[in-house]
Unconditional design. Structure first.
Length: 192
């Protein structure tokens, strides 16, 4: 059986290497932050965001245990304000939407901030880079959030980026993901 989680990491791994600058836009317990930190190494940088203080505490502990804290900047703020914190182009970014498993289900990502955050992340990624967005349509907000993200991306100019959706056809409420690849030859000046 295919695992979407494995496919996600395989796609990201093709774009992320030693010394890269990347972002985890939904830090949670820090599993994705750690994976990114291990890939970029000490010469790279991982910017990680979350609105929950516990997420920062748990992630800091995990990164320290694994010896990866040095290359990470943990930010206690909403991801839609990313331009306030990230002042350099990034190679890749991950959004793992929804709420923290085992945490407070009321603290979930919301379309009002997720959509501007994705828009800001698109502006931050270098040509040739990528973004991955994991979506959980099993709860109401996740379902609507996913639909709006897909509608927004379907309108983008393919000269700039290509957006792909990976889902299990016969499990319509199971998690799916969107992968965005940025054209390495695209120049922002080409934008009309
Ligand atoms: C599914 S969890 C992320 C799991 C995480 N990537 C991991 O590896 O453990 C979603 C996280 O998004 C966070 N979140 C919700 N709204 C946010 C926002 N506006 N900005 C940043 N993080 C947000 C939640 O607090 C939660 O920790």
């Amino acid at each position: 059986m295919l695992s979407l989680r494995v496919i996600e990491k395989d796609l990201l791994a093709e774009h992320i290497g030693n010394g890269n600058v990347v972002a985890d836009f939904t830090m949670g317990n820090g599993n994705d932050t750690l994976w990114l930190a291990q890939r970029v190494g000490t010469y790279g940088r991982v910017y990680a965001f979350d609105i929950q203080e516990d997420a920062l505490k748990n992630t800091e502990k995990l990164l320290a245990e694994k010896g990866c804290i040095e290359q990470c900047t943990l930010i206690h703020d909403s991801h839609h304000r990313l331009a306030e914190y990230i002042k350099e182009p990034i190679d890749a970014g991950i959004f793992n939407l929804g709420f923290l498993p085992g945490g407070d289900k009321r603290v979930t990502t919301l379309r009002e901030t997720t959509l501007p955050a994705i828009e800001a992340a698109i502006n931050a990624v270098k040509p040739g880079g990528c973004l991955l967005i994991a979506i959980y349509p099993g709860h109401e907000e996740g379902c609507i959030e996913g639909q709006l993200i897909c509608e927004m991306l379907a309108k983008r100019d393919q000269r700039e980026l290509s957006a792909y959706r990976f889902n299990v056809l016969n499990a319509p409420t199971s998690p799916y993901f969107v992968f965005i690849e940025f054209n390495p030859k695209y120049k922002k000046e080409d934008k009309q």
